[in-house]
Every structure is written in C-alpha cells, then in structure tokens.
Design a protein around this ligand. Structure first.
Ligand code: DC
Length: 236
C-alpha cells in the first residue's frame, strides 16, 4: 500500500489542525503542525530577549539563534497528536500563548528561518504517510503532494472558534484581540516575500464556515476515494 502526502494550507484558525489530526488518525498517518516550528523559534527568541516586548528584533540575531534551537516532537496519546519540544522541553502550551501568536508571523518571514524549518519539514515527509498543515506546504514544502487542500472560513467564525477554544482551556482572550491578531497574521502571511500563503494551483478549496468536523472529514475522505479511483496508489 503506497502512502501519500496530504498538504493542508490556509488562513489562521481555519481548523486546519483539527481536520489534519482527524485525517491522519483515520489514515494511520503522522500529523505534523508546521506552524508549531515557527512558534518554537519565536518562543526561543522571546525568552532570550532577541525579540523585545515591543516585538522588535534584529534579524541577524534571530538567524544566529537557529543553531541553538533543537526542535523535536513526541506523541502525546491524550492529545492524539505530537507535542512540540524545544531543546528537550515540552513547549506545546507556551507556543499557543497570544504573545507568541503576535510575534510569529514576523519571525516566519525571515528567509533563513524558513529554509531551516523547511529542511526539517521535508525530512519528516521523506517516507510519505504524512498530513502536514501550514501556509506553504502545498506550494513550497511539498509541491509534489498528492492531495492539497486550501482551507478558508469567514473571519468572524474563525475568531469565535479561537475564543471558544481559549476559554475552554481557561485562558481569557477577547473577541477583538483575537480578531486583530488573526487579521494581522493573514495579512502578513499572504503579503510576505518568502513563500507567502497562497493557494497552490492544484489545491482543492475547502470553506468550512458552515461545516462541522464530521462534514469536513467526509469531504476529504471523498476526495481521497476519488483520487484512488484515478490513481491506484493508496487503499484506506
Ligand atoms: O498555524 P499557526 O497559526 O500555528 O502558524 C503560526 C504562524 O507561523 C503563522 O502565522 C505563519 C507561520 N507559518 C508559516 O509561515 N508557514 C507555515 N507552513 C506554517 C506557519
């Protein structure tokens, strides 16, 4: 049974990781959250005062710090996904904080950061059997991916989902601050010079504004079945 690569790209807080996790579990594939790697680099730079509290940083210092950063992942059965480790420390919770979200887009614009992280991502997908989500997975990391999805949803729907998720974890964020962060990141991610967020020509668009998790998974399962009918490479 041949394995494939599924690349899921899209705007912030579109439910990419929720769908990617469910799909990976369904297919017995590895799920990789590529944004977590950019968040980990950002967290390292914030902790080491390379990124100031005002969000300003010296690009050269960020690039220099890359050699001090060791990223790894370890499966967490409770979360049914891998946790992100920075130099051996589990930073899964820390990288989801709003201060990291506010700085990550700018750090992820740096060419050397992207090429460093891109090498790790390509290595993770070399044996296929992977579902990776992010902003440039179908366009830059795995342009050869057999299935590419481009996810989008109404911005207010996305904001409300993120607010609900944070509240359920006991974190208090307001609708307005989340909306400001998402809109800024969408702008930064789509306008940057290095591998901006854009739909790959051969990606299928999934607008999930009005779709629940089961409907989204069913949509992708159908795509994969159709793919199977045309290419005899995979059996689920
Ligand atoms: O998926 P996320 O929201 O955790 O990603 C955080 C940021 O990382 C996002 O705003 C842009 C950047 N990112 C990227 O540039 N390329 C990727 N493949 C994934 C994330």
């Amino acid at each position: 049974m041949s394995k494939i690569i599924v690349a899921i790209d899209g705007f912030s807080a579109c439910g990419k990781s929720t769908l990617a996790k469910a799909l990976a579990a369904h297919m017995g594939y590895v799920y990789v959250d590529s944004g977590a790697m950019y968040r980990a680099v950002t967290l390292f730079c914030m902790r080491n005062k390379i990124v100031g509290t005002d969000g300003k940083f010296d690009e050269k210092k960020v690039v220099n710090s890359l050699k001090k950063i060791k990223l790894s992942f370890k499966y967490n059965p409770a979360a049914k996904a891998s946790d992100t480790y920075l130099n051996g420390e589990n930073i899964e919770k820390d990288i989801r904080q709003m201060d990291v979200s506010n700085n990550v887009s700018k750090i992820s614009m740096i060419k050397e950061v992207r090429s460093h992280v891109g090498i790790i991502q390509r290595e993770m997908g070399k044996d296929k059997g992977i579902v990776m989500d992010g902003r440039d997975i179908g366009t830059n990391v795995f342009p050869e991916a057999e299935l590419k999805l481009f996810m989008t949803a109404d911005v207010d729907v996305r904001v409300q989902r993120r607010v609900d998720e944070s509240n359920s974890k006991g974190e208090h964020v307001t609708f307005d601050e989340v909306k400001h962060n998402l809109m800024q990141r969408d702008y930064d991610d789509t306008h940057r010079k290095e591998s901006p967020l854009t739909k790959a020509k051969d990606a299928v668009v999934l607008d999930n504004s009005d779709l629940n998790k089961e409907q989204q998974l069913a949509f992708v399962e159908k795509l994969i079945k159709d793919f199977l009918l045309t290419k005899d490479t995979l059996s689920l």
